[in-house]
Design a protein around this ligand. Structure first.
Ligand SMILES: Cc1cc2nc3c(=O)[nH]c(=O)nc-3n(C[C@H](O)[C@H](O)[C@H](O)COP(=O)(O)OP(=O)(O)OC[C@H]3O[C@@H](n4cnc5c(N)ncnc54)[C@H](O)[C@@H]3O)c2cc1C
Length: 327
């Protein structure tokens, strides 16, 4: 399988571990960790270790880590909340950059958030400041940066609709700020999926609202989500994207509905199973390997292809090497 930006590479990258570690240690000291389990950094709780890992706390640190990695041929990949990731059991042969850039500020109707802040923390901060718009995001896991990368959305709202501007670091380590149009938001997509740049902080343009009304909307959404999404279980939300279809409500055909019709809710593989309340959500029951989850997803995909002739696209990002879709 081919991988880009550390996710997919056409051939294995050769890099020198000892000299790379020495360089990174010179810059970050003992904050660089070696062979750190990535199961602790994603919500499935599966996957192998990262050869190298650093948590960055500001744009300069991120820029420094990227500069060293880019100059010395070290593959690198950013992790936010790890709530949309399936990490290979073999782990990641390169540098994982965990985004821990925090901070929340309000200025008039705009809020600026560090990309490492949880999206829910941003929603709560907006509510406390009586600013409306982001209620749709309540209950979506992960960080502000991850939500921009994948244009996270639910219940008729998407992250990109409210973005005013964001600071990014490119793959050489240069820092700059871009307006919302730059990000070319689409359904579960943004330009970042092609450019490989990283968001460090983002400003959202919101509207004045009433705290009571905002809280009511949040409570309504949470009540809907409580039925559909797993609580206290290890998942990454919906595994596959919905299918664009202009004749339907919200312009999408529900993948969950197709999966339900092929009997997905009864499917399992090793320690992985499909969530009983939502056929598009895969669960690690506790003992699953990433390969079990991948095989279960491949089984679901093949059944939908067989019955409806539709090729499902993964919403979850696969990190590292996986076997081809062999069942
Ligand atoms: C129970 C549950 C419910 C969910 N419900 C929804 C839902 O309703 N709607 C929805 O859209 N999603 C949903 N998700 C999926 C997930 O929460 C979102 O995709 C989320 O935005 C991912 O953010 P993250 O920080 O966890 O990203 P990660 O999983 O850490 O990373 C995902 C991708 O984003 C990239 N990335 C992360 N941070 C940055 C950054 N700062 N700059 C650039 N790239 C970055 C990573 O490199 C990776 O490619 C759900 C997940 C769970 C577990």
């Amino acid at each position: 399988m081919a991988y880009i930006y550390g996710v997919r590479m056409s051939k294995k990258t050769v890099w020198d571990f000892e000299s790379s570690l020495a360089l990174l240690e010179r810059r970050f000291g003992s904050r660089i960790t070696v062979d750190r389990s990535l199961a602790d950094f994603n919500t499935f709780g599966t996957g192998g270790a990262a050869k190298l890992l650093i948590e960055v706390r500001d744009a300069q640190e991120l820029s420094g880590a990227v500069e060293i990695a880019a100059e010395h041929g070290i593959p690198f990949f950013m992790v936010g909340g790890g709530s949309n990731l399936l990490v290979s059991d073999i782990g990641y042969d390169g540098l994982i950059i965990k985004n821990s850039i925090m901070g929340l500020n309000v200025s008039g109707k705009n809020i600026t958030a560090g990309a490492g802040e949880e999206l829910q923390t941003l929603v709560n901060f907006a509510t406390d400041n009586a600013l409306t718009g982001l209620e749709f995001a309540t209950g979506i896991w992960g960080t502000v940066g991850g939500a921009i990368y994948g244009n996270a959305g639910a219940y008729g709202g998407e992250t990109g609709e409210f973005l005013d501007s964001a600071e990014v670091v490119d793959r050489q380590g240069n820092i700059r700020t871009e307006g919302a149009d730059y990000f070319e938001f689409s359904y579960r997509g943004s330009k970042l999926k092609k450019s490989g740049e990283f968001v460090t902080r983002a400003t959202f343009a919101l509207k004045e609202g009433k705290k009571e009304a905002i809280r009511k909307k949040i409570d309504e959404i949470m009540a809907l989500r409580d039925d559909k999404f797993p609580i206290g279980l290890r998942s990454a939300g919906c595994f596959f994207k919905n299918i664009p279809d202009s004749s339907r409500e919200h312009g999408k055909l529900s993948t969950g509905m197709l999966l339900e019709q092929v009997g997905a809710k009864a499917m399992r593989w090793g320690g992985a199973r499909v969530f009983a309340n939502h056929a598009n959500i895969l669960i690690n029951e506790g003992t699953a390997k990433s390969e079990d989850i991948k095989k279960l997803a491949a089984l679901m995909k093949s059944k939908v292809k067989e019955k409806f002739g539709i090729e499902l696209q993964e919403e979850v990002i696969l990190l590292g090497d996986f076997k081809e879709d062999s069942l």
